[in-house]
Ligand binder design. Structure first.
Ligand SMILES: [Zn+2]
Ligand SMILES: [Zn+2]
Length: 104
């Protein structure tokens, strides 16, 4: 894949904090942004039941719970107990906040 430059405008304090953390972890900000944008453009998730990694594009949405159904085992949030559903809900809420989208 060809690398291209991308100019972004981000709050200064966030840039400083992210640069410092990235430096400590030995990764580049470009790599972090690249991974985030790849996920945003084409989200891939792991099935919480069987661990299969799939693209949400190829998954059906369960009409009952609104979650993607795993293409391999068919699991969706309906299979989770109350505690599990809560964990999944807040994990997903975190992703939705990061990516400003419910399509994650
Ligand atoms: Zn599965
Ligand atoms: Zn469901």
């Amino acid at each position: 894949m060809t690398k291209r430059k991308l100019t972004l405008t981000i709050e200064g304090e966030i840039i400083d904090a992210a640069k410092e953390k990235a430096k400590k972890s030995g990764v580049s900000l470009s790599k972090i942004v690249e991974n985030a944008l790849r996920y945003y453009a084409k989200p891939t998730v792991y099935c919480f039941k069987c661990g299969y990694k799939f693209s949400v594009d190829e998954a059906e949405i369960c009409p009952r719970c609104g979650w993607y159904k795993c293409p391999r085992c068919g699991a969706c949030a309906c299979e989770l107990g109350e505690e599990g559903a809560k964990v999944a809900f807040y994990m997903r809420k975190t992703l939705m906040e990061i990516f400003s989208s419910s399509d994650v």
